[in-house]
Design a protein around this ligand. Structure first.
Ligand code: 5GP
Ligand code: MG
Length: 179
């Protein structure tokens, strides 16, 4: 797997140190809330979620949402499909949505809108990566660990055609692998 990587963009130790900072911000910002509902976007947020949330010493409740926008390629299809039938009960609650990356912004915008529709009191968003580009949908994430250039990355939860999510770092694939 590692031999398919052209370059490591963000090393494991760098991610870990940064997660300490983000986790502390989340803890401080939500410390006064009775409860916090976390909603992770599958499957990309899996690794980030596990590492981040273990650093947040609050009484969290964790749910996952299955949302797809890429459909196997390396470009967003522009359409956000909710693959789950049952969504978490969020009426009157504070919700923190976790995703792997903010790209066009459509996923987080669609999920936030849906959660507000379902009666959430407050929705905040948190991503591992923010792509430096113009967004189709409005809004930046409330918490973002790293900003990266506008290139396709894999690892630490992010996949190419279902693979590479288990790389412990964020990297760029060799052309020959994508071709
Ligand atoms: P958005 O809705 O912001 O365009 O895209 C969000 C989703 O697209 C992310 O949750 C992620 O699954 C996928 N995505 C966007 N950029 C990348 C990328 O560089 N690499 C991978 N593997 N997935 C990406
Ligand atoms: Mg995703």
């Amino acid at each position: 797997m590692n031999e398919d990587i052209e370059k490591v963009l963000i090393a494991e130790e760098v991610i870990e140190r940064r997660l300490d900072v983000i986790a502390e911000r989340i803890r401080a910002d939500f410390a006064r809330e009775d409860s916090l509902q976390v909603v992770g976007i599958l499957k990309g947020a899996l690794v980030f979620m596990a590492d981040l949330l273990r650093r947040v010493p609050l009484r969290l409740e964790i749910e996952c949402l299955n949302v797809a926008s890429y459909h196997g390629g390396t470009e967003s299809s522009g359409q956000v499909d909710f693959l789950d039938v049952k969504l978490p009960e969020v009426k009157g609650r504070s919700v923190l949505v976790l995703d792997d990356i903010l790209d066009t912004g459509r996923t987080l915008a669609a999920v936030s809108e849906k959660l507000y529709e379902m009666g959430a009191r407050k929705v905040k968003t948190c991503v591992l990566l923010t792509k430096d580009k113009e967004r189709a949908a409005e809004g930046e994430a409330d918490y973002s660990a790293f900003e990266i250039g506008d290139e396709f990355v894999v690892g630490y939860g992010l996949d190419y055609d279902g693979k590479y999510r288990n790389l412990p770092y964020v990297g760029v694939l060799k052309e020959s692998v994508i071709g």
